[in-house]
Design a protein around this ligand. Structure first.
Ligand SMILES: Cc1cc2nc3c(=O)[nH]c(=O)nc-3n(C[C@H](O)[C@H](O)[C@H](O)COP(=O)(O)O)c2cc1C
Length: 357
């Protein structure tokens, strides 16, 4: 149903939130990538729901069954299929909602697009659950990139009114990105985690949800990847990032901040120490003319507040064609941005692997 295609590696994500399973077929992987199942497990664990009050109480083990494309611990180069079972399914929660088109969600557009045949339970194919296969595919891509010395990491830049410190785009040590990968709430400023938790708790207690911004960096990327215009690094990253549900915007480097700058401030001046070319600042987020310039790639992604909230709202009853009161009883995430940290790492890994191949 839903496919995401890269150029060299093509990935196709399938499944529904309350169906038997979700999964992915990855086509075009090079043979011989060593598959470290502990690393895959660790990535899946970072996205897994049901771990604390900051994620949906739906408790899934998110074990991946690899049914093709891996032999004796290495990719074979043939299509790799990974399947993740749906076990903690409470579809009854959604029976009463069959005809109710929730505000903010994809119920109405999905109903029109698929003529009323789409599986609406738990958001069906439009559920955040479909990001589990992306994290799995990204974990494989990252194993390839790590062998090339590339490091990727994401931190929470903003949740509601709480701001973390942005990274210094001109100088991002791989260590800090590795540290983010080991943190449940990856942040730069000490002490901000508690404030973020409080912000999410407040929204949850109000039977509401809250939005947020994540900042992702990719370091040690060689210069010259990407192409001008349609296959620019920005186009490829944006296309992938916008396939993650609830993403509403992306900016590279100083992004929308460029609007208030002068050229003299915005231009990243080149320096060279004899063999390495760098720029003194990194307002463009490591990309010029759609191609990498060797500096850290930095981008920020904004996530809307979770559409499903416990607060009473108005929904459309499509069977009666009238607006009606809706009180959502099912389980949901109070803040999608927090859950999406490993999804962005995975998206970046898949795009950069595709660019490198
Ligand atoms: C990791 C993740 C978890 C999500 N959890 C929920 C959820 O619990 N409840 C919900 O209504 N939407 C959730 N979403 C968002 C919806 O899937 C999304 O808003 C919906 O498909 C509509 O798409 P759009 O927001 O891109 O327009 C989640 C998204 C992600 C990436």
């Amino acid at each position: 149903m839903s496919s995401i295609s890269g150029e060299k590696i093509k990935i196709s994500v399938f499944g529904e939130s309350h169906g038997k399973a979700v999964g992915v077929v990855i086509d075009g992987l090079p043979p011989g990538i060593e598959i470290d199942s502990d690393k895959i497990r660790a990535e899946m664990e970072r996205r897994r729901p049901g771990q604390d009050r900051f994620t949906t109480p739906r408790n899934e083990s998110d074990d991946v069954e690899i049914i093709s494309g891996v032999f004796n611990g290495y990719t074979t180069g043939t299509p790799l299929c990974g399947i993740i079972g749906n076990t903690d399914v409470k579809s009854k929660d959604y029976d009463a909602m069959k005809n109710l088109m929730r505000p903010g969600h994809a119920d109405y557009t999905g109903y029109i697009r698929y003529g009323g045949f789409a599986d609406y339970r738990g958001g069906g194919h439009f559920s955040g659950r479909l990001t589990a296969p992306i994290v799995f595919a990204g974990a494989i891509a990252y194993q390839y990139l790590q062998k090339k010395g590339i490091t990727i990491g994401t931190h929470i830049l903003k949740i509601g009114s709480i701001d973390d410190e942005p990274l210094n785009a001109a100088d991002i040590p791989a260590d800090i990105l590795n540290k983010f990968r080991g943190m449940r709430f990856p942040v730069v400023s000490p002490g901000i985690e508690e404030k973020i938790k409080e912000e999410i708790d407040n929204a949850r207690r109000d039977l509401d949800s809250v939005g947020g911004i994540l900042e992702t960096a990719v370091v040690n990327v060689p210069a010259g990847l990407g192409s001008p215009m349609f296959n620019s690094v920005e186009s490829k990253l944006s296309a992938f990032v916008f396939s993650i549900p609830a993403v509403k915007g992306i900016e590279f480097g100083s992004g929308f901040g460029f609007a208030q700058m002068r050229g003299s401030e915005a231009n990243d001046q080149f320096t060279a120490d004899g063999k390495t070319v760098k720029t003194a600042t990194n307002h463009t987020g490591g990309i010029n003319g759609g191609m990498t310039n060797g500096m850290p790639i930095v981008f920020r992604t904004v996530f809307r507040p979770t559409p499903s909230i416990g607060k009473p709202q108005r929904a459309l009853d499509i069977s009666k064609m009238e607006s009606t009161e809706l009180k959502i009883q099912g389980r949901h995430d109070p803040c999608i941005a927090v859950r999406a940290v490993p999804v962005l790492d995975a998206a970046a890994a898949l795009v950069f692997m595709d660019l490198l191949l």
